[in-house]
Ligand binder design. Structure first.
Ligand code: HEC
Length: 229
């Protein structure tokens, strides 16, 4: 009988403790979080952090389409200040800032019911995509025909978010500028659905590197690029 009791206690400890520490405690901690106020003198900005919410409608499309399978939205803290390995994370191979501005904090995700942190870093991290995004038309083109921008891309095309229709009268200002084999048949045009528009609004709202209250601009800059002398 005492063996049985030990067995049950063992089970509770094996499953219950990790559940408590990995699920219950973080949930309670996260739910208690509120936007933090900036101090005008110290931070040089007014208002609250994070200052702008993400686009929730577009986030639903992002989650449904499985973008988080390949894209993360989480820049990890450095380990022992060894930062070299993450140089360039969040960018593709083009000329862009060499280091991410800072690693993410819990508050970066305030206001998001589900934060799509991502599973695999197969594509670039999108935590700060809103800052480096090209204009809307180019983002739509990326989603409709990724290889029309990078011929080596293995990102799938999300054609179901677009409508191919007969062009009537003057071309729609929203029609995608496609060339070559991606271009629609003569007399047709490709236009984004409202879902595609929401998704692009969401991508443009991804700016998870606002200054953190109490951390001065210099500290943030030093933390972002410790390797740079
Ligand atoms: C199978 C993996 C995969 C999936 C799923 C995927 N992507 Fe990508 N994505 C990539 C890869 C790889 C790249 C980098 C190559 C390129 O630019 O095409 C990329 C690039 C991007 C870029 C450009 C990033 C930059 O820094 O310029 C955006 C924006 C993007 N993806 C958005 C999305 C969205 C939105 C979805 C969901 C609708 C999605 N991706 C789904 C693999 C994926």
């Amino acid at each position: 009988m005492s063996n049985f009791r030990t067995f049950i206690l063992g089970l509770v400890a094996t499953f219950g403790l990790p559940w408590l520490l990995l699920v219950v405690v973080p949930v309670i901690k996260y739910q208690g979080l509120a936007p933090a106020a900036y101090d005008k003198d110290k931070d040089g900005v007014e208002g609250f952090y994070p200052p702008a919410p993400i686009n929730g409608q577009g986030q639903l499309v992002y989650i449904r389409e499985g973008c988080a399978q390949c894209h993360t939205q989480m820049i990890r803290p450095t380990q022992l200040a060894l930062d070299g390995w993450r140089k360039g994370w969040g960018q593709d191979q083009e000329a862009r800032p060499a280091a991410p501005v800072r690693s993410n904090t819990l508050r970066d995700y305030l206001g998001e019911k589900y934060a799509p942190l991502g599973f695999i870093r197969s594509g670039p991290d999108l935590a700060n995509y809103g800052w480096r995004a090209p204009e809307r038309g180019v983002i739509h083109q990326k989603l409709y025909a990724p290889r029309s921008i990078h011929d080596w891309s293995n990102m799938p095309a999300f054609k179901s978010l677009y409508i191919v229709r007969k062009a009537q009268g003057p071309a729609s200002s929203k029609a995608l500028q496609l060339t070559g084999k991606d271009a629609p048949a003569e007399g047709d045009e490709v236009v984004p659905t409202p879902e595609a528009e929401a998704l692009v609004d969401y991508l443009l709202s991804l700016k998870k590197d606002y200054p953190i209250p109490g951390v001065s601009a210099e500290v943030a800059a030093a933390a972002a690029a410790p390797a740079k002398k």
